[in-house]
Write a protein that binds this ligand. Structure first.
Ligand code: EPZ
Length: 420
């Protein structure tokens, strides 16, 4: 297995272009299953999770044409297998996103039940309850979710008990082809949900309330194809901003949407960063300063993103003061703190809160992480540690960060991939 070798201590300076958003691209690719027309999706990031989703679309029978510029054309007319197999779902939970579209279009689908994962138990009960409210019959058999409906799904009033990104996306996609009106209350407002909704509208869906917590969908009998460009990845952008801030450096991010990162930028300013923004760029300058410790509490958008929590934990380890990081979205997402302590960080855990006493220096060590964002946070820790850090199991990073070592090298980091 490959690892990343990092010699910490460099101040990162330079500019980067933000890639397309993984968590918007995945549901948008699933949405291509809603139509028998051809859909073009552009600005896909070059990531393992995207490859897995494309493989899943292919295994369902969709004809695919990939161009050299991160675009793909999906022909939904050839879809003829209505089963997402265990082998693919176990490598990527987001495979559950084909459930809504296939059920809505074909009235039948089997999707392997996604298990829990490193960050928590991650049930899909709200996806299933919502589809049942729309008239689906759902059975769990032999590890598969088997969903059936004679004729079209019917519009329904659904109030989600918890804000769920994937649940909102699955139900939103299903509702576009249902008979009548669906109202989804307490819907997720994440920019990735908005991007999916905009893509669905480009395909002819009738959705109002986009970006709010109440989505109203007037079902249509058929959707068209579309030519859609995926939004920039706010979590990738945020991760590089934190990495640069931790090293006291300076960076300009091109192709970002600053507004998607409001609370992240606010917290970086609190951590002593100078930040300027334009319509599609962000500049951060630490002017060599040591970051100040910050307190964060994760929550659904527009709250602080759980996908940025581990990176801020890393920033706090070398900050001036005591930082408190509270994770409210997933029950097991502070695990990276144990690895950081092996690098000399001073973190203690109280329930769902990490208390981080900032220290001037971390020390390099071999570390590994069990999820994507935790891995990214260990890379950040490695960038500020004295000596060599080896981050193992980097297949997690490759699921979510395009060319991470090249991008960091271009900012002056001493980082390389060691094939294992
Ligand atoms: C999405 O996961 C993202 N993944 C995650 O990014 C992200 O961390 C998460 O949203 C929160 O922002 C994709 O978009 C592919 P949820 P998702 O349903 O949709 C509970 C990354 O690193 N819940 O919003 O699976 C659930 O257990 C990943 O890129 C139920 O109880 O997250 C959790 O506590 C990791 N029942 C909370 O809701 C359900 O039916 C939020 O989960 C569904 C969810």
């Amino acid at each position: 297995m490959d690892s990343l070798l990092i010699h910490g201590g460099q101040t990162l300076v330079g500019q980067l272009r933000v890639s397309g958003a993984k968590n918007a691209a995945l549901p948008i690719l699933a949405a291509t299953l809603l139509t028998d027309a051809k859909t073009i999706v552009r600005n896909l990031p070059h990531l393992h999770d995207i490859t897995t989703m494309v493989e899943l679309l292919g295994s369902l029978g969709a004809e695919l044409m990939v161009d050299e510029k991160l675009g793909i054309e999906v022909n939904g007319a050839t879809v003829n297998k209505l089963r997402a197999p265990y082998e693919l779902v176990k490598t990527m939970r987001a495979s559950i996103l084909v459930l809504g579209p296939l059920l809505a279009r074909f009235g039948e689908v089997d999707v392997s039940f996604p298990g829990g994962c490193a960050i928590g138990s991650r049930p899909v009960d709200l996806h299933l309850k919502g589809l049942e409210a729309m008239g689906a019959e759902i059975r769990i058999e032999e590890g598969y979710i088997k969903a059936r409906r004679e004729g079209r799904l019917r519009g329904a009033e659904i109030t989600l008990e918890t804000v769920t990104v994937g649940g909102t996306e699955n139900l939103l996609m299903a509702a576009t082809l249902a008979e009548g009106k669906t109202v989804i209350r307490n819907a997720a407002r994440e920019p990735e949900v908005v991007d999916l909704a905009n893509c669905l509208c480009a395909m002819g869906a009738r959705i109002s309330g986009i970006g709010s917590s109440t989505l109203e969908i007037e079902g249509v009998a058929r959707l068209n194809g579309a030519d859609y460009t995926v939004m920039p990845d706010r979590i990738e952008a945020g991760t590089y901003l934190v990495a640069v801030a931790a090293t006291g450096g300076r960076v300009r991010l091109e192709g970002a949407v600053p507004h998607h990162l409001d609370i992240v930028l606010e917290k970086l300013r609190e951590a002593s960063a100078s930040i300027e923004i334009g319509s599609d760029w962000i500049e951060l300058d630490m002017q060599g300063r040591r970051p100040s410790a910050v307190a964060i509490t994760t929550g659904p958008y527009p709250g602080f993103p759980t996908d940025m929590q581990a990176q801020f934990t890393a920033l706090n380890t070398i900050a001036d003061g005591v930082g408190r990081v509270t994770e409210t979205v997933f029950e097991n997402r502070l695990v990276q703190t144990h690895e950081m302590n092996r690098m000399g960080a001073k973190i203690s855990i109280e329930g769902n809160m990490a208390i981080i006493v900032g220290t001037e220096k971390l020390k390099g060590a071999p570390v590994m992480a069990s999820d994507l964002r935790a891995s990214a946070s260990l890379v950040i820790a490695g960038l500020v540690a004295e000596g060599q850090t080896r981050v193992d199991r980097i297949y997690h990073i490759d699921r979510g960060y395009e060319c991470i070592e090249e991008k960091l090298q271009s900012l002056g980091a001493d980082i390389r991939r060691q094939p294992g």
